[in-house]
Design a protein around this ligand. Sequence first.
Ligand SMILES: C[S@@+](CC[C@H](N)C(=O)[O-])C[C@H]1O[C@@H](n2cnc3c(N)ncnc32)[C@H](O)[C@@H]1O
Length: 325
Amino acid sequence: MASSYAELIQLANAYSESQTVLTANELGVFTAIGKGAKTAPRIARDLRLDPEGTRLLLDALVGLDLLTLSGGRYRNAPITKKYLDGRSPQAITNLLWLLGHHWHDWSNLRHALRKGRPGWGQTTDSREFRRRFSMAMHERSHALAAPTVATMRLPSGARRFLDLGGGPGSYAIALAKRYPRLDGVVMDRTVSVTRRLIQHARLEKRLKARAGDIFKDDLGSGYDAVVVSNVIHVFNEKENERLLKRVRAALNPGGRIFIVEFFLDRSRTKPPKSAVFSVMMYLFTATGRCYSWEETEAWLKALRFGQFRRHTITPDIGTLEATRL
Ligand SMILES: C[S@@+](CC[C@H](N)C(=O)[O-])C[C@H]1O[C@@H](n2cnc3c(N)ncnc32)[C@H](O)[C@@H]1O
C-alpha cells in the first residue's frame, strides 16, 4: 500500500482528509446545503458555526471534489448529494457517524497496546448508540447485501432461515427478496430498526425480528440456512466455537451456514483492510478480531460441517458456505 515516499506520507496523513469529511458529515454540512446553493456565511449561520473555520472547511471540501463553488455559493457534488445529504434514500450519514466514533477507538491504540484491550466503551451500551449503529450497518449493506446473497446457494426446497446477530436485517431482507418462498427470523439484541426496515420492505408476513441473546436464548430449530454476517469478528475463538455449535443444532441435516466476514488469508496479514479492521476490533470489542478462512473452516469441520465454498464479494469481504453433514 506504500512503496514510495509520497504513498507513505499519504498513508500516514490520510486522517486529515478523513476528519474533514467526517466532521462535515457530523455537523450536517451536506444536508444543510441539500439540493441548493449556499454561501459560507449562510451555512455557518444555519449550523451555528465559526464563520472563519466554516469557510476554510468548505473550501477544503471543494478541493476534495465533495462540493463545488461558483459565484460564492457552495453546492453538493453528485457524490455527496447521493450519499451525504441526510434526505437522500441512499444516504450513509450514520455509517460515517460510526467511522467518526471509531476515530475515538483508534486514539486509544497506544494506551491499549501498553495496558491491554480497553473492552466495550460505555457509550456503546446506550439505546441511541445501538439504534445508530444498526442504521450504520444497514447503510453499509446498501451496496453489499444484494451481491452477497447472490452468492448464497440455499439447499433445494429451503423454506426457513435464521439471520443470527442480523442487526438491521439487511441480509435477511435481501435473501427474502431473492427467494420468494423463504421465511426468516432475524435475531439480535436490538431489533427496533430491524422491525421498521422489514415493514418498509413489506416483508412482515415472511420475516420476524426476535430480540434475544444469541448465546443464551433459544435460537429455534429446523432451519435450512443460517446467515452469520459480521458477527464472528465480535468474539474470540472459544465464543465462536460455542456459537457455531448452537448454529449446528438449529440447522436441519443438509442445512447450510453462510458466514459473511472480513476474512484474512492464511498468513493473517492480507487483505490489508481486514488486518487493519482486526486491530480496530481489538479496540472496539471486548474479545473480537478477524479470522482467516482456514481458522473458520477448522471450527466448522470440528462440528462436522463439510462441502465448503468460498465466495469473494469485495477484495476484503467474503462468504464462507458450509453444509451440516
Ligand atoms: C457488526 S453487527 C452485524 C449486523 C448484521 N449481521 C450485518 O452484517 O449488518 C453485529 C451484530 O451482532 C449483534 N450481537 C452481538 N452480540 C450479541 C448477542 N450476545 N446477542 C444478540 N446479538 C448480538 C449486535 O447487536 C450487532 O447487531
